[in-house]
Design a binder for this molecule. Structure first.
Ligand code: SF4
Ligand code: MG
Length: 330
């Protein structure tokens, strides 16, 4: 469906590069919700832009490729690579950017925002027909068609987010990318947005990618997920395995820091801060914060290891050869 092959992306600043995404490999499959988690500043949003082909100076892809495979009703497959994916926006791939407040044009009614985005795919329909169709779709998503006549500021934050999701899914794209769809909303509204996303996904049987720093979001709606740290994807696996059987020390710490039912003890965050992406350290990027770090961690970048069914993580401790070697005093 959507594949990232060893992708690196950087912000090209005056005399330095900020390497926001470093050699990332994974795929988003048909009919799944894939989550991308990690602390703020770890490259999640940049990765989503790379997937959406939203590449504009100073951001550039410095290595690797992105492939989007789309099969139409006749069974014909088209492959779009980075640099071409934007030709399939709205219809094959769509994007719900972070901050529903800021992405809508404040002086344009919601109706016109829909027309602007999708009218080129419906040029045979009259405005009236199209508006009726949009209204019908909004009703399907339990939204009042009256929002079409509103300006963005007349809607609540949660409602704006719902409208953006409706807009992004109206043409039934194969894949929908959403950046922090619930951030800055209160808990009840958050739950409503997540329910809406998962309902839409179940109905369309398409793929969704949800970026969120909130592990609770991933627990609630994703099927598989990846954990990012300092621009790298350090663990990928079924969501249930990430929560119940995490393998990378960073993921373990993230999971341990989550509040548990019936446990009121104050949870500590992970001490320390991630390294700068301008000059990332050699070796494992988590080494400065990792309680298990060894000498090799500061010099050699860990490879990715298969640690279970469909489950991968990058940490030297997961290399049986090194662990076994140590155990035998080698
Ligand atoms: Fe910790 Fe070393 Fe594993 Fe990195 S490679 S997570 S520093 S043990
Ligand atoms: Mg972000």
């Amino acid at each position: 469906m959507l594949r990232l092959n060893h992708v690196s992306a950087q912000y090209n600043m005056l005399d330095e590069y900020v390497k926001a995404v470093d050699h990332v490999d994974f795929e988003v499959r048909k009919n799944e919700i894939f989550g991308i988690a990690g602390e703020s500043g770890c490259g999640k949003s940049t990765l989503l832009k790379v997937m959406y082909d939203l590449i504009a100076y100073p951001l550039e892809i410095s290595e690797g490729s992105v492939e989007l495979h789309s099969t139409d009703k006749q069974g014909k497959t088209t492959v779009y690579t980075n640099g071409e994916i934007h030709k399939s926006w709205w219809k094959v791939i769509s994007y719900v950017p972070q901050g529903a407040m800021h992405v809508m044009n404040p002086v344009t009614k919601i109706k016109s925002q829909f027309f602007d985005a999708i009218s080129k795919y419906h040029d045979k329909k009259s405005k009236k027909e199209l508006e009726a169709e949009i209204a019908g779709y909004l009703k399907e998503l339990e939204l009042s068609p009256e929002v079409l006549n509103a300006y963005p500021h007349q809607l609540s934050g949660g409602m704006r987010q719902r409208v953006l999701i409706a807009l992004a899914t109206f043409l039934h794209p194969d894949i929908v990318l959403a950046d922090e769809p619930t951030t800055a909303l209160d808990v009840v509204v958050q739950r409503g947005i997540l329910t809406m996303l998962s309902k839409v996904q179940k109905k369309m049987k398409n793929s969704m990618v949800i970026v969120s720093h909130d592990m609770g979001v991933h627990y609630q709606i994703t099927n598989r997920m990846g954990i990012m740290y300092a621009g790298q994807m350090i663990e990928v696996g079924p969501t249930e395995q990430i929560f119940n059987n995490p393998q990378h020390p960073y993921t373990k710490m993230l999971i341990n820091a989550l509040p548990k039912v019936g446990d009121n003890s104050q949870k500590e965050g992970i001490p320390g801060t991630p390294p700068s992406l301008k000059n990332p350290p050699a070796g494992c990027r988590f080494a400065a914060r990792c309680p298990l770090a060894e000498d090799i961690c500061r010099t050699q970048e860990p490879a990715q290891f298969n640690v279970g069914e469909d489950h991968y993580a990058s940490c030297h401790l997961l290399n049986d050869w090194i662990v076994e070697g140590k155990r035998h005093g080698a």
